[in-house]
Write a protein that binds this ligand. Sequence first.
Ligand code: NDP
Ligand code: 2IT
Length: 450
Amino acid sequence: MSFKNQYLANVYEQVTKRNPNEPEFHQAVREVLESLEPVVEKNPKLVETGVIDRIVEPERQIFFRVSWVDDNGKVHVNRGFRVQFNSAIGPYKGGIRLHPSVNASVIKFLGFEQIFKNSLTGLPIGGGKGGSDFDPKGKSDNEVMRFCQSFMTELSKHIGADTDVPAGDIGTGAREIGYMYGQYKRLRNEFTGVLTGKGLAYGGSLARTEATGYGLCYLTQEMLSVMNNSSFEGKTVVISGSGNVAIYAAQKATQLGGKVVTMSDSNGYIYDANGINIDVVKQIKEVERGRISEYANRVAGSVYTAGCKGVWTIPCDVALPCATQNEIDKESAEILIKNGVIAVGEGANMPSTPEAVEVFQSNGILFAPAKAANAGGVATSALEMSQNSMRYGWTFEEVDSKLHDIMVNIFHNAYNAAEKYGVKGNLVAGANIAGFEKVADAMMAQGIAY
Ligand code: NDP
Ligand code: 2IT
């Protein structure tokens, strides 16, 4: 698709020129700007106040050296990133990704998406993202600890409970957050809610671990109900990934009456026609830090197949991509449709390529984009921040019920925004518009700094 609006075409061109060799960032910006065409046509003030020119440029980007020593005394140097993208509606908020593929493009696409996602939650959080090209896989606990301490030694200068509040993402879970939190506390001598996803013993929120996967299913359930008069009950569900998001999506989809038949990692996928046994997956992934192939050794009747892309060839009613960006391409989308998929809910960030999204939408598939569908994680992080500020903790049921209401609201806000701008049923446009409007209002109200 090309831009009909010349102003947006120019902004996009400027983004590609100013940020060369950043294809993921370009992809994320392009999708949002395309959605905003009807909004810009209706609101000339957006152009006059340069809101779009400003929103595509991070407020601040911090790139830094992270050196650490492995168990054999060898020195390693990684690169650390924190992109503080937008603070119009609250402190920068977003996860830390630890994966060898991390670079400026990946962190900027994630930070940009986070602006609109965080706005959609209805809670006061701005957008940011961070990470490093460090690979926690195969490292000892002590090596991970030394990396996290070195990473936080620099990061601590730039974050704070009212400034920027990082959290987990790929490769960053409870262990990494614990080491980072300990280091922040040592350096700053303060016990504040500077990170979320903390352990329950030191200020974490109940239900944060489950939140992204559960929230994905709550939103997908609402989409099925409103747009298809159905639910997860009796549906076959294909899930990719076997990390934090995938595990709790599988658990909630099962609780809601679906049958989850796959999970995967970057090496391959398992198929269990009887429905995935979540306890076995949790034992392998959360306790042993093992590979998903191990599931087939433990559960009779299940099969492991090498190659992660094959997961999309398994017939299903609902597909929940929960691994990484661009994991569903045009070909995989076409196979899913041929096999009868009716709904797709994005648990990962930007898991469908633009061509795949086009295939889903032009075939009338119910499609819940990541910004809306996976916002439950960051929403519950914001609830963790509230509890930290109050020095108080809600029960699991209280947090889960707030999460449920937030996800249902996000669906309706995206659905209504799409209808208002003449693209009924297009939740990609609806989520982008609904997320954008609040941030744009705040940016206009706060003026421009010369
Ligand atoms: P985890 O590190 O817990 O799990 C990641 C999973 O995805 C693993 O199974 C991993 O397999 C797989 N994966 C990672 N990279 C690739 C790749 N290049 N190709 C194939 N598979 C891959 O991360 P999360 O579950 O936290 O995150 C998953 C997705 O959800 C990400 O897109 C993240 O940004 C998004 N997300 C996470 C939130 C959270 O609260 N944690 C909130 C909102 C979105 P392997 O072990 O082989 O690497
Ligand atoms: O992509 C995401 O929204 C996250 N990784 C969660 C961010 C957070 O601050 O909880």
